[in-house]
Design a protein around this ligand. Structure first.
Ligand code: ZN
Ligand code: FE
Ligand code: FE
Ligand code: ZN
Length: 266
């Protein structure tokens, strides 16, 4: 079953194309299950230019818009209502309330911020030259595992997003990956295997083969995703993603409906 559990709408300020065009693209690509997961509004001060996420008052309109394409799609593909929510620990209560305010099928948890630094924003890439890469990785995965354990999310998105621009610490990362996978397994959430990294400077699926294998050994379920920000990107790279999932040792993938996990053969 071809599943793309992560895609956006123009409400976030950095995506293009009407939701109906995403659905049409999914149908053409032969996808059976898709989820809209646009960026939930960020807490005050985290999105000064309105380029990271929808506005705080837009959530109801977003939900209505997804419900409408869901109705029109007639289950071909099956359209799920999701949201991508940032892990911003000081504001976790606010995030929890927003998530609880609608009947989402799936909630993706994302770490895009280290403190108040949006480390994956190309316009803030200079900050990387001031940082110790290994330190940034430690900080990232600490946030990632705390987010996984927070109880807010069903799926952790783009698990090693910290490598986006190619910043990878030297040396053996297997101990780190083993610890991360164990923490995520304890948390009982799934992780996303995303083709988005193939379109970024790192030129690699999120997560890497090594991290994905660690997730598989720890028994962490996986879903598949494009993180499309245009209709053309819907389903893109899913063949490579599914190969990576199989290579890591998985024989099934999951999606969520009404926040319940559904497992299907790969
Ligand atoms: Zn985005
Ligand atoms: Fe994201
Ligand atoms: Fe996304
Ligand atoms: Zn994303």
């Amino acid at each position: 079953m071809m599943i793309d559990l992560h895609m956006h709408t123009p409400r976030c300020g950095h995506a293009a194309g009407a939701p109906s065009e995403y659905v049409a693209a999914a149908r053409r690509a032969g996808l059976e299950v898709i989820a809209f997961t646009d960026h939930l509004a960020l807490p005050d001060g985290y999105d000064p230019d309105g380029e990271y996420a929808m506005r705080p008052g837009e959530l109801g309109d977003y939900v209505a818009e997804v419900r409408e394409v869901q109705r029109l799609s007639g289950h071909s593909p099956r359209v799920l209502l999701g949201i991508e929510a940032d892990w911003v620990p000081p504001h976790r209560g606010q995030t929890a309330r927003a998530i609880a305010s609608h009947a989402f099928d799936v909630v993706l948890g994302s770490v895009h911020f280290l403190g108040d630094w949006a480390f994956d924003d190309p316009s803030l890439i200079d900050e990387w030259s001031l940082r110790d890469v290994a330190g940034a990785w430690d900080e990232y995965f600490e946030a990632f595992t705390h987010a996984a354990a927070s109880g807010l999310f069903d799926v952790m998105a783009h698990p090693d997003l910290v490598k986006k621009f190619g910043h990878v610490p030297p040396g053996d990362l297997s101990a780190l990956y083993k610890d991360v996978a164990a923490a995520v397994a304890d948390a009982g959430v799934a992780v996303e295997v995303s083709s988005a990294g193939l379109r970024k400077p790192c030129r690699e699926i999120y997560p890497s083969d090594a991290l994905l294998s660690a997730f598989c050994r720890a028994g962490v379920p996986v879903t598949t995703a494009s993180d499309a920000h245009t209709p053309e990107e819907v389903g893109s790279g899913l063949a490579e993603v599914r190969e990576a999932v199989e290579r890591a040792g998985y024989s099934s993938i999951v999606y969520f409906e009404a926040r319940e996990m559904r497992e299907v053969p790969l």
